[in-house]
Ligand binder design. Structure first.
Ligand SMILES: [Zn+2]
Length: 434
């Protein structure tokens, strides 16, 4: 289903109203939790009582009982709770965040298998908590449906732009609206932000279509020939800061301007999904960053580390470079460890869609960060930067084909009359320039 910017505008309005309602419901549930959690109320009562009393004798008595209560609480804490010992049995020790800058280079891009840890059985306390949470969720849904019905807030009809729905459809609409609103204001805000970016992106494309009709129609032609998402328009690449950009707000600030693009292979099985790849870095290694983007075998571009931050991919060069990794293991020297000569890691070479998308993204970076198109100094494979220390991106990597694709992309950009405009527009997006 395709939406126009005006359709999206309508949806955003409906969602904003819903987010307002969500906040109200959240407050109500918060209030309910306070009532159920009696200890909070008792604490407030004690404070209110002591603040009102000026009689030293009465104050002394209250303090005595308060101290007694505190002692009793301490005693209860000393009794080892059964739940905790059970919990400890299933919880793994907390692993401190790895020191990204001093990692062991010999362990990087070498994977023999992806480990899975067994799931712990649910605890009694967890079940109780789950029941209580279910109660809160159902209360929120009930309250939200009552509110939508009372205020005649019909999200579905707002989204569809229809006001003449039947009674049954209206009822259904109220229930659906209630459920959406009960989901909370935060997911709604995430959705609103996503749609706003999408709308800006659509407006950008329609502006580009007017100015560069030829380039777009060429891209369409390529697209219609196959189902793979071949990227040929660098400025149409969708970038919203990669994976969890806010985690990098105060860290990994680049110490030097970018003047290099280093390309890698992930060295993992080409069939592993993007979530699995980032899990390898974020969950297993406890790293915040790795490559700036990963290109999947079907040509899909997944931004990973924020582009305005230093990644973690090539020791000694992280501060001045951007990293792109083509997903797969393209090394096939039989005697080497982690070699893919027998296809144990899936694809033995990058696909043409992967090469094309990589070239397209590299050209976008060339434009955004003014990187010279020089394959001896500025755009290099990992193994040329750290000669002798890594085989990445593998001996089967078609360097020349990638270079030619980059040159074609670069020529195409140079022929655009509005290149300065496109570049500046992209640079204004969040998380692009530090
Ligand atoms: Zn590498």
């Amino acid at each position: 289903m395709a939406f126009s910017p005006t359709d999206i505008e309508k949806i955003i309005t409906a969602l904003t109203v819903a987010a307002g309602f969500s906040l109200l419901i959240e407050r109500a549930i918060e209030w309910l939790k306070h009532i159920i959690d009696g200890s909070n109320i008792n604490q407030i009562r004690y404070q209110q009582l002591t603040s009102k009393i000026n009689n030293p004798k009465a104050e002394k008595t209250i303090n005595k009982y308060h101290n007694l209560l505190q002692k009793l609480e301490q005693k209860t804490q000393e009794i080892p709770p059964l739940v905790n010992t059970q919990q400890q049995k299933y919880q793994s020790p907390v692993i401190p965040l790895a020191d990204e800058e001093n990692w062991d280079e010999s362990q990087f891009e070498k994977y023999s298998s992806i480990a899975l840890s067994p799931l712990a059985p649910p605890l009694k306390a967890d079940l109780l908590n789950a029941q209580l949470n279910l109660f809160y969720i159902l209360s929120a849904v009930g309250l939200a449906i009552a509110a939508t019905s009372f205020m005649k807030l019909h999200l579905l009809s707002m989204l569809l732009g229809k006001s003449d729905l039947s009674v049954q459809a209206q009822l259904l609409d109220e229930v659906i609206s209630g459920i959406v609103i009960a989901g909370g204001a935060q997911p709604l805000h995430v959705l609103i932000t996503f749609l706003t970016t999408k709308k800006m992106h659509l407006e950008e494309i329609s502006a580009q279509q007017k100015q560069t009709g030829k380039v777009i129609s060429e891209a369409r032609e390529v697209k219609s020939k196959s189902d793979t998402p071949v990227n040929t328009n660098p400025f149409a690449i969708i970038y919203q800061g990669g994976v969890n950009p806010d985690a990098l707000e105060l860290t990994h600030l680049r110490q030097q301007p970018v003047d290099m693009i280093i390309y890698h292979h992930t060295a993992m099985h080409s069939g592993l999904a993007f979530e699995g790849i980032i899990g390898e870095f974020i969950d297993s290694k406890k790293w915040l960053t790795a490559y700036h983007a990963i290109i999947m075998p079907d040509g899909v571009i997944h931004p990973f580390c924020r582009w305005d931050r230093a990644g973690n991919h090539c020791i000694g060069f992280n501060q001045q470079s951007l990293a792109i990794a083509l997903h797969g293991n393209f090394h096939s020297i039989t005697d080497d460890d982690f070699s893919n000569h027998d296809g144990r890691y899936g694809n033995k070479k990058p696909t043409s869609a992967q090469i094309q998308s990589a070239a397209c993204l590299i050209e976008l970076w060339i434009q955004l960060y003014a990187i010279p198109v020089n394959f001896n100094q500025n755009i290099l494979p990992h193994c040329d930067v750290l000669a002798g220390k890594t085989v990445c991106p593998g001996n089967q990597f078609p360097h020349e084909i990638l270079q030619q694709a980059i040159l074609r992309q670069h020529q195409q950009s140079l022929s655009l009359r509005n290149i300065d405009n496109l570049r500046q527009q992209f640079q204004l997006k969040p998380y692009v320039m530090a």
